[in-house]
Design a protein around this ligand. Structure first.
Ligand code: NAD
Length: 263
């Protein structure tokens, strides 16, 4: 018996086998879910299709989440394939590269708009389409990072976007709770993915992390996948509106040990 036997999950955000969305897909597949995938655009098909097929998916469709018409068309196709949806995973974020270096106060209006649109609004747009399909209740899940709460150098507009995303989680949880739909976020520690390696300084952040966190290890996509599968299962039936950390304990630190070591 798997935790997700009989459930259908639609997963957004697989770019390759390093993606957090892929870690989530593997865990959900292992727990018995039927999986469907959507990826950003045709250029990614070569990588995403073989991965999706390896976990038995037949619904594998492109969708640029900054385009409402593409979102509408995607769900039209989904409804032709399946008559209901139980789980939706949103593991998607984007900011222009130039907004992730230099100080935050130089963020351009357009850079701010793009980060908010793709990384925040898209989750709400997906919730609106998914909710009517969640006839027996359901679970919506997104991915966030601690840069929403505290300043992380270079994370800049993405930190502001993640704060808005976490607020969206709470408003969506409030709206959709009466329909039995739960909405949560996982706040992951740094993981080497395509999106993360675009952030200046990520490499040193990643290696320093394992030296200072309580568990003295980095976080993997499988760590995130394991929580995601549980959080979207009926075992977590009373949990909604939460941001749950999978960060080896980083967020409990006030100062790192290095700062209090005697010379
Ligand atoms: P990733 O690059 O593998 O995934 C990001 C995905 O977003 C890609 O599949 C990309 O195609 C998709 N995307 C970007 N713009 C899109 C658009 N317009 N339409 C549709 N899809 C689009 O990187 P990841 O680290 O797995 O990122 C997944 C999520 O996890 C993101 O929200 C990210 O902020 C979050 N996160 C990552 C880390 C980390 O250290 N890697 C830590 C905490 C949170």
């Amino acid at each position: 018996m798997g935790l997700l036997d009989g459930k259908i999950a639609l997963i957004f955000g697989v770019a390759n086998d390093h993606s957090i969305a892929w870690g989530i897909a593997k865990a959900m597949h292992a727990e018995g879910a039927t999986l469907a995938f959507s990826y950003a655009g045709p250029a990614l098909e070569r990588r995403v299709r073989p991965l999706a097929e390896s976990v038995g998916a037949s619904f594998i469709e492109p969708c640029d989440l900054s385009d409402d018409d593409q979102i509408t068309a995607l769900f039209e196709k989904y409804r032709q394939a399946y008559d209901r949806l139980d789980i939706l995973v949103h593991a998607v974020a984007f900011a222009k590269r130039e907004e992730l270096s230099g100080p935050y106060y130089l963020t351009s209006r357009e850079g701010f708009r793009v980060a908010m649109d793709v990384s925040v609004y898209s989750f709400t747009a997906l919730a609106r389409e998914a909710a009517p399909l969640m006839k027996n209740g359901g679970a919506l899940l997104t991915l966030t990072y601690y840069g929403s709460e505290k300043v992380v150098p270079h994370y800049n507009v993405m930190g502001v976007a993640k704060a808005a995303l976490e607020a969206s989680v709470r408003y969506l949880a409030y709206d959709l709770g009466p329909k039995g739909i739960r909405v949560n976020a996982i706040s992951a520690g740094p993981i080497r993915t395509l999106a993360a390696t675009g952030i200046p300084g990520f490499r040193s952040l990643y290696s320093l992390f394992r030296e200072i966190v309580p568990l003295r290890r980095n976080v993997t996509i499988d760590d995130v996948g394991a929580l995601a599968a549980w959080l979207c299962s009926d075992r977590a039936a009373a949990i909604t509106g939460e941001v749950i950390f999978v960060d080896a304990g980083y967020h409990i630190l006030g100062v790192t040990e290095r700062l209090v070591e005697e010379p």
